[in-house]
Design a protein around this ligand. Structure first.
Ligand code: MLC
Ligand code: AMP
Length: 517
């Protein structure tokens, strides 16, 4: 029987010479740590054996909130290997957010930073979690200590395409996060398509600079390198100067637009510095056309922009080489997200769900082997987000031109994308409305030179109350991940409403659009 465990596919792509370097760390200060392919194989076996020794039910959730480290990546791979379900959590999440995820997902195992063990373990044990381990970014903590006692041989758990591999929480329009269930088949099919479409080659080296708790850094980047047997240069935190300095040793780079904006501010970014590079990829948020042009002028490279989601992994991409499906097109068109990837069906529909004419704007719907299985324990939400013929409603609004290029022009979902992180206004408004003196609030996204877009809160006071905007933000900061905190807050007499009583966020966006320009 063929084992369709994603780990098996990744493992099969390891080079024959297992002593070659698979990952090399770079923090610009300490000596680099080198991990061979053999190290990856052995360490994931030991961690998988540790998980197996716990005698967990099949497909248990392993929830992980730790700083980026190679060991954190190994834990992800080991979770696949052991046949459990990986649940990554942004390190910025605070206790109320973590409590929600743990209560909702009911993980059997939670792994957290040693410094957070006190409060995380309290939440986890109260929610019925059986094991809480710690993992520091310096290899400290109980997880590696326990794994060190395990055998370094392990046969990957047998999995089918339809079996769950990961749950990624993504907030919803109603405010509370939904867990997108991704299967081994979703992840493998997307990784294989991207390997071919982006022309991964022998000798490619990925400069890995993104966090590893979201689709971009965890799946697109890590799978991309592993499935091609390519080495990674591993930055534990994005530092533009360090990233530019390491371009000389790499061939592939992936970033959200903010990373490109920050690297452009470095004088050391030159054509010569980027001369070994083969491919710069951008996604997770719209890439401004100025950034696209500036990057070309400074480095000689045309950024390849692509589009994806937690629910679908990658959906579209500008071409890397000639795309035979589009008359051999090779042009990477700035402002577009390219063509639907091979195997992905993408259509543009009007409000009634009917396909619109070429070039017309509408809602984007998608279908393909990469599209997730549904939202964790939310069958009604899942049903709402799929059409009767099985297409997923992305909530993005766009068009396809006569050459087949997809352009995203907006979103029908109320969502702010800030530096590549999603901020759901409904969630922030819910917290704001609970604060003393606040009658109601609206959060809108406005342009920002660094983060692309940031949230601005507009608050109406309760009669007689005089809430202090700075104090409101300071209180929010104790409750929510830092990237969700509005960058500014205004107290106003009323919110603009239409005749139906709905807040006219477009007017607020217009009013505050130049706040950061
Ligand atoms: C940090 N801050 C942000 C922010 N990141 N504010 C708004 N938006 C963000 N994204 C704020 C913090 O709140 C803090 O504010 C201050 O900046 C410094 O925090 P930091 O953590 O030191 O910031 P920094 O390291 O500079 O982080 C910036 C960043 C990071 C751009 C490197 O945001 C990042 O790694 N973004 C990538 C996100 C990503 O990987 N997205 C992929 C999603 S997958 P204060 O006031 O507290 O000091 C997806 C699907 C797809 O969308 O298609 O890929
Ligand atoms: P997430 O829920 O974090 O997976 O975010 C997915 C959302 O990011 C998509 O629905 C889009 O709105 C947005 N997105 C991803 N890539 C791009 C891109 N290249 N251009 C514009 N928006 C993008």
């Amino acid at each position: 029987m063929v084992n369709l465990n994603l780990f098996t596919t990744l493992r099969a792509a390891f080079p024959t010479d297992l002593d070659r370097t698979a990952v090399e760390t770079a923090d610009g200060v300490s000596a680099p740590l080198r991990y061979s392919w053999r190290d990856l194989d052995r360490a994931t076996a030991m961690l998988a054996n540790l998980l197996e020794s716990l005698d967990l039910p099949p497909a248990s959730r392993v929830a992980v909130q730790v700083e980026k480290s190679v060991e954190a990546m190994l834990l992800y791979l080991a979770t696949l290997r052991a046949g459990h379900v990986f649940l990554p959590l942004n390190t910025a999440y605070q206790s109320s957010e973590i409590q929600y995820f743990i209560e909702n997902a009911e993980p059997a195992v939670v792994v957290c930073s040693p410094a957070n063990f006190g409060w995380v373990s309290k939440i986890a044990f109260n929610a019925g979690t059986r094991y809480v381990f710690t993992l520091g970014d310096d290899r400290s903590g109980s997880l590696l200590q326990r794994a060190a006692q395990q055998s370094d041989r392990h046969a990957p758990a047998v999995k089918n395409d339809d079996d769950l591999a990961a749950i990624l929480y993504t907030s919803g329009t109603t405010g509370r996060s939904k867990g997108a269930m991704l299967t081994h088949g979703n992840l493998r099919s997307n990784a294989l398509v991207l390997r071919d479409y982006w022309g991964w080659q022998p000798g490619d080296v990925l400069l890995h600079a993104l966090p590893i708790f979201h689709v971009h850094g965890l799946f697109v980047a890590i799978h991309g390198a592993l499935i091609n047997g390519s080495k990674m240069i591993w930055l534990s935190k994005f530092d533009p100067r360090l990233a530019v300095s390491r371009l000389r040793d790499a061939t592939v780079f992936m970033g959200v637009p903010t990373l490109y904006v920050r690297m452009l501010a470095e004088h050391s970014l030159t054509v010569e510095q980027a001369s070994r590079m083969r491919l710069f990829i951008s996604g997770s948020a719209p890439l401004l056309i100025e950034t696209f042009h500036d990057w070309k002028a400074r480095t000689g490279h045309t950024i390849l922009e692509r589009y994806g989601m937690s629910e679908t992994i990658m959906l579209t991409s500008n071409p890397c080489g000639p795309d035979a499906r589009h008359g051999g097109a090779t042009e990477r068109r700035g402002g577009t997200v390219g063509f639907p990837l091979p195997g992905v069906a993408l259509r543009v529909v009007d409000e009634a769900g009917q396909a619109v004419a070429t070039g017309e704007v509408g809602g984007l719907q998608v279908n393909g082997p990469n599209v997730f299985k549904g939202y964790w324990r939310m069958p009604e939400k899942t049903a709402e987000e799929f059409t009767a013929d099985g297409f997923f409603k992305t909530g993005d609004v766009g068009r396809i031109d006569d050459r087949g290029y997809v352009t995203i022009v907006g979103r029908s979902k109320d969502l702010i994308i800030s530096g590549g992180y999603n901020v759901y206004p409904a969630e922030i408004e819910g917290f704001l409305n609970e604060l003393p003196g606040v009658a109601e609030s609206a959060l809108v996204g406005v342009p920002h030179p660094d983060f692309g877009e940031v949230g601005v809160a507009v608050v109406v006071a309760r009669p007689g109350a005089k809430p202090d905007p700075e104090q409101l933000l300071a209180t929010l900061k104790q409750q929510l991940a830092n990237f969700k905190i509005p960058k500014r807050c205004f107290v106003v007499p009323d919110l603009p409403r239409n005749t139906m009583g709905k807040v006219q966020k477009n007017l607020l966006r217009e009013q505050y659009k130049n706040l950061f320009s």
